[in-house]
Structure formats: structure tokens, C-alpha cells
Ligand binder design. Structure first.
Ligand code: SF4
Length: 281
């Protein structure tokens, strides 16, 4: 397995991760201290705004392949402090390998976190109790129908929220602080008052902090970012009702750093979605 730098911007470096069977995924180094890695080649959840799952699921990465992404990135970034499993794939669909990675990171003084659509109720409950430094639940919707549209094969909204509701009271205060909800704001999609209002009510009742992400368009798909004015309105409205809202960082706003922009492919030809195919290496 090897990491091949593909693009650099002010804050980020994106890598193609070539796996030993010729498949590839991507990883992003944010500000030289946080590495976002991929856990699967492709993804079965099928979020229509996301490039990572646009070719479906091909295989899971082994624990050794997760760890190797981190080890190789350390040669580019000796000051690496955090690892987040938020790239290509649904981490809870590859739970055993991801759990191994979490423990490995802790043993090596790296803070591990993950982003998930929920997997299954059992796995979600289990992962909430693991020694991670952050578990972010991708919600992206206020109603069940919007959830089905944007996260078609993820846990339903009711099962996701019910599971969190059952678990949160049993978590220590510090573990609860490490649990967050994410909402990717999409123009003419989930950015209307019905969706953002219903989501924020539920988030408030759970007492969890919220990431409001800006959408970075990907080569495939017809989704657009919400207008900047609407983004600011939502931040303001959610804060006014008492939610702790974390906005997209400058690094995440860069085109190579956004949610759902990482790619995966089974073959040896690197197709970055631009229409230009390149041999790896
Ligand atoms: S957003 Fe995450 S869960 Fe959804 S298809 Fe992309 S990688 Fe899979």
C-alpha cells in the first residue's frame, strides 16, 4: 500500500491511497495535524451528494490498511495528532477493523474520531462507548423523507435518534461532549425552514453539539451548496435557540477537503472525476 500526493492547497494535502490489490481510495491531511482516512473501497449507503459512494461498495479495508494510511502519512506530517475515519466508506460497516484502528491510535498517542450515518443500532451503541475522541453522526435531515433521500441506506432518522436518546443519559459528561450531530447544508435540498427547524429541535432535546457543514460540489451529481446568506441564517437561528454550532473550518471549505469529495475505485486507473484518467504512480 502506498500514499501518493495528488493535490495540495493552502491547508490540505490530498493523497491517493493505492492498495495492494490495485484498488484505491483517498485520504486528506488537514493542516498537517489531522488525517482523514478511508475505511472502505466505495460505500453502500449511497448518499446522492457524495462522490465516495457513487460507484457503490467494493470491499472493506483491513485493519492493517487503516493503520498503514496513518503510518505513511506520518512521514509527511511528523506532527500528526488526530486521525478521523471520515473518508470513503461507512466506518460502522467495517466495524471490527475500525475498532482495531481506534485502539491502535490510542496506543500511539493519536486522537481517533469517526463520522458515521449510524450503521446499525447495536454497532452504534457499541461505538458510542469506545475510547474515541469524537463520534459525529451524519444526519443531514429534519424529516424521515429527507433522510431517506439524502442517506438512503443509513439508519432511519427515528432509529438513529432513538438509539442516541437511549445511550446519551448513560454516557459520562466527557463522553457526551465527544458526540456530535452533522448537517450538510444543501441548496434547494435540506436548507428550508421545515428541515433545519425539525433537525434543530431534535438536536436541542438531545443536548448535543452540531456541525453545520458547507457543501463542496463534486464532479457527479446535481447538488449545490446553500446560499451563503442562508448558511449564516441557519447558524444564527440554531445559536439563538441554544445549540452549540460548529461551522465548516477554512480547511474543510477548500475543494479538496469537503464532506463526500473523496473518491474510490477498484482498478489501477486513477479517475478523479474530472474526466481525465491517469495511471497511478
Ligand atoms: S457520505 Fe459517507 S456514508 Fe454517505 S455515501 Fe458518502 S462515504 Fe458513504
Amino acid at each position: 500500500m502506498r500514499l501518493i500526493p495528488r493535490s495540495s492547497s493552502q491547508f490540505n494535502t490530498k493523497f491517493a491511497v493505492e492498495l495492494d490489490d490495485g484498488a484505491w481510495v483517498e485520504a486528506v491531511l488537514y493542516r498537517k495535524h489531522t488525517l482523514c482516512i478511508s475505511s472502505q473501497v466505495g460505500c453502500a449507503v449511497g448518499c446522492p451528494f457524495c462522490a465516495s459512494g457513487s460507484r457503490g461498495w467494493m470491499r472493506n479495508l483491513h485493519a492493517e490498511e487503516l493503520i498503514a494510511q496513518v503510518q505513511q502519512a506520518q512521514s509527511w506530517a511528523p506532527s500528526l495528532r488526530r486521525v478521523t475515519v471520515s473518508g470513503v466508506g461507512e466506518p460502522l460497516h467495517n466495524a471490527a477493523a475500525v475498532e482495531t484502528l481506534l485502539h491502535w491510535c490510542r496506543q500511539h498517542h493519536l486522537a481517533p474520531s469517526l463520522t458515521t450515518t449510524g450503521g446499525s443500532e447495536e454497532k452504534l451503541k457499541h461505538f458510542m462507548g469506545l475510547p474515541h475522541n469524537g463520534l459525529t453522526l451524519s444526519v443531514h435531515a429534519g424529516t424521515e423523507s429527507m433522510r431517506r433521500k439524502l442517506v438512503p441506506h443509513g439508519l432511519s432518522l427515528s432509529r438513529l435518534f432513538d438509539t442516541v436518546e437511549q445511550c446519551v443519559p448513560r454516557l459520562s459528561r466527557s463522553r457526551r461532549r465527544r458526540l456530535s450531530l452533522a448537517y450538510l447544508l444543501i441548496g434547494d435540498g435540506n436548507d428550508d425552514a421545515e428541515q433545519t427547524g425539525a433537525f434543530s429541535e431534535r438536536a436541542r432535546s438531545l443536548g448535543l453539539s452540531v456541525y453545520l457543514y458547507r457543501f463542496n460540489p463534486v464532479a457527479h451529481g446535481n447538488f449545490l451548496p446553500a446560499a451563503e446568506k442562508r448558511y449564516e441564517e441557519v447558524v444564527e437561528a440554531w445559536r439563538a435557540m441554544g445549540l452549540e454550532v460548529r461551522c465548516s473550518s477554512l480547511a474543510r471549505n477548500e475543494p479538496n477537503g469537503g464532506c463526500g469529495t473523496l473518491m474510490a475505485q477498484a482498478g489501477r486507473v486513477f479517475d478523479d472525476g474530472s474526466g481525465n484518467e491517469n495511471q497511478l504512480g
